[in-house]
Design a protein around this ligand. Structure first.
Ligand code: 6PG
Ligand code: NI
Length: 186
């Protein structure tokens, strides 16, 4: 007889993971020192406020293994800057990753090794190929929760220090206005 096992599940509309043990990590505003441009605004915000939570299945690690996780990023701003993840290069720089937009309205900020940046709109159904050697950060530009599914090599790791001075691009409401103009002008 074939052996049948029920796989765990992701609810596409909410990004809720179920059916297998999870690891959850919440990042609060107080953890994001030096991440937002406006330090005074950051100081004024409640440090215990949750900015984002990553849920991932507790699956094996090692060469060739893949992790699956969902980032839930709250709407909000620090000064003019939208809530965003800390952002990182992978510690093993050559390792890529795939993001899938599930809900909400966001941007994926990508920055290559030369410091060149670009943005991809994240929305339900969007598929984002993050090549190796590319730093990545999610930004919530909407008024609801942004949730994105990610699959990445367990050996990738995170390097948060390489960009601790900040990404080369910051996203504020003004950035969105400029982007809208660019789209209009083609
Ligand atoms: C990863 C993924 C993703 C990411 C979260 C939180 O490599 O693990 O890119 O799960 O970690 O979106 O972002 P930060 O790790 O930058 O805080
Ligand atoms: Ni990553």
């Amino acid at each position: 007889n074939p052996s049948i096992t029920m796989p765990p599940q992701v609810a596409w509309a909410s990004g809720a993971l179920s059916g297998a043990p999870l690891i959850q990590k919440t990042t609060h505003l107080g953890d994001l020192n030096n991440v937002f441009a406006d330090d005074d605004a950051w100081r004024c915000c409640d440090p215990t406020l949750a900015v984002y939570r990553v849920d991932m299945f507790d699956t094996p690690s090692g060469e060739g293994e893949l992790y699956t996780g969902v980032t839930h990023l709250n709407p909000g701003r620090v000064g003019n800057e939208f809530f965003m993840t800390r952002g990182h290069f992978h510690a093993r720089r050559e390792q890529g990753e795939i993001y899938f937009g599930l809900r909400g309205e966001g941007l994926l900020l990508l920055q290559d090794a030369q410091g060149q940046t670009r943005l991809e709109p994240v929305r339900p159904g969007s598929v984002h190929h993050i090549a190796g050697f590319t730093a990545h950060r999610l930004i919530n530009i909407g008024s609801d929760m942004l949730s994105a599914l990610a699959v990445w090599p367990s050996v990738a790791g995170h390097d948060y220090t390489a960009l601790s001075g900040g990404f080369a691009l910051r996203v504020t409401a003004d950035t969105l206005k400029l982007m809208a103009k660019e789209v209009q002008n083609g």
